[in-house]
Write a new protein. Structure first.
Length: 325
């Protein structure tokens, strides 16, 4: 049997727990890159032709554990040291093309009818990583993008809650991100799935909001706990008064409905100043921290003397020594 690929970082050992759709569970989560490799990975992902990838390769990557996760922190706009959570982002260590990013993986997964399984893998991996961090005294809520197929899967909430229970992870420490274009399809079934997830305590974020098929009804007809404002609007708002007006209106509406507002893809100080002035609760982007494997994220937190959220309050960050079995 093929051994998991060495991706330059040490991986903690995990218990054998079935994934949400009974995919083979890897023995350990896979941090997939050293922290300073993000720019190289992004360039490689753009240069390689999409035709070089096939669905059978992705199926094999799922089976042979060549997929892994990196994590990008969300920071409080009022205090950049305050880490309010992380988003789990999938990576593929391709044997010939190198480290591939979601812009290459997810379209292929959708064309190959593997998007639900890739999402299942990501959710299970992220839940496991949360349990590892919590055992070390690091309580970082995790967000994961939800595949459209799972939004319309009536049995998904129960399977997800079972997986959370197996790792002893409180449902409130997981948020599922749903793109606005997916949340408008099969609305009655979506509402049923969303309400069951929210009733159990799982967070729901409306992703990439503000560009495209945005509708104000998304805010009050679907039970979202967070809105993630699209990075394209954030970039426009940094220099456009009209865009800033729209940004402020979205944030104000979210707050009126008790919804957390997060700015996505913040890449410049001007953009960060803009979202802070607009009243965003948190921000995420390469300006603040590029996606990191778990050890790299821990180094980032330690180096910045960061704080992070516990279930009840904000506490000083401190990495506890790993327990030797």
């Amino acid at each position: 049997m093929k051994q998991p690929v060495d991706l330059t970082t040490t991986r903690p050992t995990a218990p054998s727990v079935p994934a949400i759709h009974d995919l083979p569970m890897r023995n350990e989560p896979a941090p997939v890159s050293v922290p300073d490799a993000a720019a190289t990975c992004r360039t490689r992902s753009l240069l390689m032709p999409e035709a070089a990838l096939t669905g059978s390769e992705l199926r094999r990557a799922l089976d042979e554990h060549d997929l892994g996760l990196q994590y990008q922190p969300k920071v409080a706009c009022d205090d950049e040291r305050l880490i309010v959570g992380v988003e789990a982002l999938i990576r593929w260590n391709h044997p010939e093309l190198g480290l591939l990013l979601p812009d290459r993986i997810l379209p292929l997964a959708e064309r190959s009818c593997l998007l639900t399984e890739v999402t299942d893998f990501t959710i299970t991996e992220a839940i496991h990583q949360y349990s590892i961090w919590r055992a070390r005294g690091i309580d970082l809520p995790i967000s994961v993008n939800l595949a459209p197929g799972l939004i319309k899967d009536g049995g998904f909430p129960e399977r997800l809650l079972s997986s959370l229970s197996q790792f002893n992870v409180p449902p409130a420490r997981l948020t599922l991100e749903v793109k606005e274009t997916h949340s408008v399809a099969d609305r009655d079934l979506c509402i049923d799935v969303f309400e069951r997830l929210r009733g159990a305590g799982v967070g729901l974020a409306l992703d990439d909001y503000g560009i495209g098929l945005s509708s104000l009804t998304e805010f009050y007809k679907l039970p979202f706990s967070e809105v993630k404002i699209d990075g394209r609007l954030i970039k426009d708002a940094a220099y456009s008064a009209s865009a800033r007006t729209i940004l402020r209106a979205i944030v104000r509406l979210a707050h009126e409905l008790s919804i957390h507002a997060t700015a996505e893809s913040v890449e410049t100080r001007a953009e960060f100043a803009c979202v802070h002035a607009a009243g965003c609760d948190s921000a995420q982007g390469d300006l603040l921290c590029a996606p990191q494997p778990p050890p790299g994220l821990e180094q980032f937190l330690t180096g910045r003397r960061a704080c992070f959220a516990t279930a009840q309050s904000w506490s000083p960050f401190a990495v506890q020594p790993a327990v030797t079995q």
